[in-house]
Design a protein around this ligand. Structure first.
Ligand code: CP3
Length: 343
């Protein structure tokens, strides 16, 4: 059977609009929480092919999405480079921050694939277990977003430490981005070797960056990754997600060469159709908090998005990931709404 999500990414859309959801595997599903409880830590969970395969498949069994996204985390990359990464309950990710040349020098690609190799094993198992019409999506964080965690040592609201290093010590900051470009390109190439049909690069924190810095911190590293991945796997679609990049989106698409782009919740759809979807396939935009509320307003909004983007290649998705309070029955209703729409 045809993979309609993969075909849409390649610019061959079908009558039915394919769909998947960011954070479709996660705490809103009781069966996820059950598996999660058996892992000693979140990083162990990401590196356990049995458990990661199982939770990747859970939402597909329940809702029949057209895409399955590998279960792992963007912070696998700094972990593979030798930085300490751990998750604290109620706090989120923590890392030993990279603050100077000495802490940068402790990072290396030397043991990367060995350290993260179980993620590739998860993909090999998914390739065997997934229905033949489901597209297998790999992913990584974009260098800018991953660097915000590496330099801050945690999540943060304004990414102050990364911005200040970017301005104050551009040489060190550039070295960190360059290392992340190399690691991320190798990581995505290995994911495709292991069976990923397409990959997404998450730049979750690319909001409110001044234009010259957006070029250096967001566009150039992403473009370098796209070039390296294409050199090995010319046919594999790459999805970009410069979240909250606003009016920079058309330039991001044109300059990075991605095959598709994810739209956050604030992007106006008529504008996106004219300036973004005219260049590449688009996905995204549905407010994840509307799926918490559910009901007719959610159905109406899903139909509005489907209608606004019906003129070109479109994959239905959210503007950001599901939140833990999302009732699974609302996800079922949303999935049925999308499956019943015809362009
Ligand atoms: O279903 C999927 O989307 C696949 C798996 C996936 C996870 N994280 C699992 C996860 C993906 C694609 C990610 C990407 C990710 N991780 C991003 C980019 C996308 C985005 O959301 O903006 C970012 C910024 C991270 C970093 C991260 N991981 C944070 C800040 C947190 C803690 C916040 C929270 O929700 O607890 C995580 C943990 C995490 N990653 C969870 C899941 C399901 C929840 C942790 C748990 O189950 O205990």
């Amino acid at each position: 059977m045809a993979k309609i999500l993969l075909e849409t990414l390649k610019g061959n859309p079908s009558d039915r609009v394919p769909f998947w959801f960011m954070r479709q595997a996660g705490r809103y599903l009781p069966e996820y929480r059950e598996v999660r409880a058996t892992a000693p830590s979140f990083m162990d969970f990401c590196y356990s092919p049995d458990k990661a395969t199982e939770v990747t498949l859970q939402p597909i069994r329940r809702f029949g999405m057209d895409g399955a996204i590998l279960f792992a985390d963007i912070l696998v990359v700094p972990d593979g480079l030798g930085q300490d990464v751990w998750f604290e309950a109620g706090v989120g990710p923590r890392l030993n921050p990279v603050t100077d040349k000495a802490s940068y020098d402790r990072l290396s690609l030397g043991a990367f694939h060995e350290k993260v190799g179980n993620v590739y094993e998860t993909l090999r198992r998914l390739k065997v277990e997934l229905p033949s019409d489901v597209t297998l999506l790999g992913f990584a964080g974009a260098p800018w977003t991953v660097a915000t965690y590496m330099i801050e040592g945690a999540g943060s609201k304004d990414h102050a430490a990364a911005r200040q290093m970017g301005y104050g010590d551009p040489e060190l900051f550039g070295k960190i981005l360059d290392l992340l470009v190399d690691a991320t390109a190798e990581y995505l190439i290995a994911q495709i070797d292991a069976g990923a049909d397409a990959v997404q690069i998450f730049d979750s924190w690319s909001a409110a960056i001044p234009e010259p810095m957006f070029e250096k911190w967001v566009i150039e590293p992403t473009r370098a990754i796209v070039d390296k991945v294409r050199a090995k796997h010319a046919e594999t679609p790459i999805i970009g997600f410069p979240r909250l990049a606003g009016a920079m989106l058309p330039e991001f698409v044109a300059r990075t060469g991605v095959n598709a782009v994810s739209l956050d919740t604030g992007v106006p759809l008529s504008w996106a159709a004219e300036h973004v979807q005219s260049q590449v396939c688009v996905q995204g935009n549905m407010d994840p908090h509307l799926v918490v509320a559910g009901g007719q307003p959610m159905v109406d909004e899903a139909n509005r998005i489907l209608d606004k983007l019906k003129g070109g290649a479109h994959i239905f998705n959210l503007g950001h990931g599901f939140v833990p309070q999302t009732p699974p029955e609302n996800v079922a209703l949303l999935s049925e709404t999308i499956k019943n729409f015809r362009r």
